[in-house]
Design a protein around this ligand. Structure first.
Ligand SMILES: [Zn+2]
Length: 654
């Protein structure tokens, strides 16, 4: 039942209630933190904007959630005992009591209740609050399934001590997205087959190897023990396999009176130039269904988001980013966002400088033949959130992904992005169109076969492009086609070696089409092209610009490169001071052929026949090189033991 009172009425009421309060303070309170015996009511507090949140801080409320008001403004749902109600009234804050006593009640946020279904929902349980597509009701475990069957998303609301979030860093991302051929190439690496396999493994369609043994993930429900531990271990091993530092982030929560300790999985790709600037790509790994402890495939909710995070990490971890990228898989989401709440609060407490959170939840379902719509949820008129959503929208356009993003500034708080809002970090939720969401939601029927793979794959490509454009990508790309100068035919297996300021060479080879491409951190490069039977080429001063592609097509002249290179030595185990003769020759190659020797003791020589004497005992690695005008040198390595008798000594070919 709802009470509508003006502030003056409330003040009059307070005076009379104060008497009652004095009487009641003796009795014990129910896990609300209110003085023992105090009755705690469910209050709806209406604020004009987030800026007014600070006024609530001194009252010490416990807040369930914050919603965007249908008519604008912010609706805060909180527990309030009589004393706190008095303080609200005294501060002229507009509030209503929705329920006089929260004792024993579990409140749920309902999302996506179609207008037409409201009456049906009311028959299941009274809707205490309705704001646009969101509503609040208290549900018993048995009522949850019937409400969800109406196509509603439910999230348990847990009242938490309210603290004014740290002032937001206004971090509007770059307003204009510039198409990047490099990011296009990254997005091209996202394939339906990879996603299909990852979702298949996560949702128990096929067994997978975890902890070195085959295991089938029939459920990933957070209240289980082995299954959820295996699921988080799988993610941990995946990130470790990419060479990313990864950790389990342990947290605990109580749920229906039971105490749980669970873990999130956090992998980090440290930024090279601005490591303190952090971007998060997140998804919840846990699942639920009508038989959560035994079978909860959760292919769409949310193996689809988890697989997306794994697949995007596969690709972005091959590139250099100036800022730090964190890949996070949360658990405890289905029970009430417990994993992300713990993580977001910890990040704020540690002072993590999080510039944006892109949270992925349910990316896989879209009815055949319907528009490929998806939803991007932000806080109302929040510039930082909106800049993330606009970037996502621009990425869909720039990379021609054929999706229809809808930006909803409705502060929808039923997934892991919202605890970051509560800590005032910029974040958005990307989710399939809820008006066409999976009919198998939270059931054992939420399986891989129900996903729309083309829609899902493009959704993941869009998420990758958005995250790559966020993360201060340092790489540009060099690409081109190598052909034969005499007949323009493409040349395969040309070795392309790029050196940044002459250092740390990075190499790739041309494909059958003669094409090559290589991501390179931005800077000035010397690039060398070499292949057997062709004259090598070296080009210097090649500028690589971040996010852009530098195209360098080359033609190579046929040339008789040296082949069949052999060397012989007069002694393999000489003594100190003993002169050794070295002979070199090649089987073929355009003359003149030059020979050079590095004796491994800082001494070198030129010529097909040379001699050398070692002045101290030891193992030396002799390097011999044969080359000619084609500049495709042949190299041989020969270890020599001076005054050392033990080892077998093979000739090593490069
Ligand atoms: Zn979900």
């Amino acid at each position: 039942m709802r009470h509508i009172l003006t502030n003056s009425h409330k003040l009059a009421l307070w005076l009379s209630l104060l008497v009652i309060l004095a009487g009641q303070l003796g009795a014990a309170g129910w896990s609300t933190g209110a003085p023992a015996g105090a009755v705690v009511a469910l209050a709806r507090i209406d604020l004009k904007s987030e800026a007014e949140l600070a006024a609530l801080a001194p009252i010490g409320l416990k807040v369930y959630t914050q919603l965007a008001g249908e008519e604008g403004g912010l609706v805060v749902l909180a527990q309030a005992d009589l004393q706190q109600q008095l303080e609200l009234a005294q501060r002229g804050i507009d509030y209503q009591i929705l329920e006089s006593d929260v004792q024993g009640a579990e409140y749920y946020l309902l999302y996506g209740l179609p207008e037409a279904m409201r009456r049906v929902a009311q028959e299941i349980t009274p809707l205490l609050l309705v704001e646009g597509r969101q509503a609040v009701a208290h549900l018993t475990p048995s009522q949850i399934a019937s409400i969800e069957a109406l196509g509603v998303h439910t999230t348990l609301l847990v009242a938490q001590p309210f603290s004014v979030p740290a002032p937001e860093r206004s971090v509007a991302l770059s307003p204009q997205l510039t198409y990047s051929p490099l990011i296009q190439r990254m997005a091209n690496q996202i394939t339906s087959s990879t996603l299909f396999n990852y979702v298949g493994a996560l949702s128990g369609e096929q067994s997978t190897v975890i902890d070195g043994a085959p295991y089938t993930l029939l459920t990933r429900n957070s209240l289980t023990t082995t299954p959820i531990n295996k699921a988080t271990r799988l993610a941990y091993e995946h990130f470790m396999g990419l060479g990313l530092p990864v950790d389990f982030d342990y947290y605990n929560f109580s749920y229906y009176g039971n105490y749980y300790e669970k873990r999130n999985v956090v992998a980090e790709q440290s930024g090279l130039t601005q490591p303190g600037r952090i971007y998060l790509l997140t998804a919840h790994l846990d699942s639920t269904s009508q038989s959560p402890s035994s079978l909860a495939p959760g292919a769409d909710d949310n193996a689809s988001g988890s697989a997306a995070v794994l697949a995007i990490a596969d690709i972005l971890s091959q590139y250099h980013f100036g800022c730090t990228l964190r890949y996070i898989l949360f658990t405890g989401e289905e029970q009430g966002l417990f994993g992300s709440k713990a993580y977001a609060a910890e990040a704020r407490a540690l002072g993590d400088n999080i510039w944006a959170v892109l949270n992925l939840d349910m990316l896989g379902y879209n009815s055949a033949g319907t528009p490929a719509t998806l939803e991007l949820h932000t806080r109302p008129s929040n510039g930082s959130d909106l800049s993330i959503a606009y970037l996502f929208n621009d990425a869909v356009t720039a990379y021609s992904l054929g999706l229809l993003p809808i930006i909803l500034q409705d502060r929808l708080s039923f997934s892991d992005h919202s605890p970051f809002w509560d800590q005032n970090y910029p974040a958005i939720l990307a989710i399939e169109d809820w008006t066409d969401h999976t009919p198998y939601y939270h059931t054992t029927g939420d399986r891989l076969a129900t996903l729309n793979m083309p829609y899902y794959t493009n959704f993941v490509k869009a998420a990758l492009a958005t995250f790559a454009h966020m993360g201060c990508l340092l790489d540009g790309e060099i690409n081109g086609v190598i052909t034969v100068a005499t007949n323009n035919q493409p040349l395969q297996n040309v070795r392309v070696e790029a050196r940044l300021n002459g250092q740390n060479p990075q190499t790739t080879f041309t494909q059958a089409t003669g094409e090559y491409w290589m991501p390179l951190i931005n800077g000035s490069y010397t690039v060398r092209y070499s292949a057997e039977d062709y004259a090598s080429q070296t080009v210097s001063g090649i500028q690589i610009i971040k996010e852009q592609a530098t195209v360098l097509n080359r033609t190579l002249q046929p040339c008789q490169t040296v082949k069949g290179f052999t060397i012989s030595l007069s002694a393999l185990r000489p003594s100190v001071g003993q002169e050794i003769s070295f002979q070199a020759q090649v089987g073929s190659g355009a003359p003149p052929v030059t020979y050079s020797w590095d004796f491994g003791d800082q001494n070198t020589a030129e010529g097909a026949a040379v001699t050398h004497t070692y002045s101290s005992p030891g193992v030396y690695l002799v390097k011999a090189t044969a080359n000619n005008s084609c500049d495709y040198p042949a190299e041989l390595y020969q270890p020599i033991l001076v005054d050392m008798q033990t080892l077998y000594l093979p000739v090593i070919e490069k």
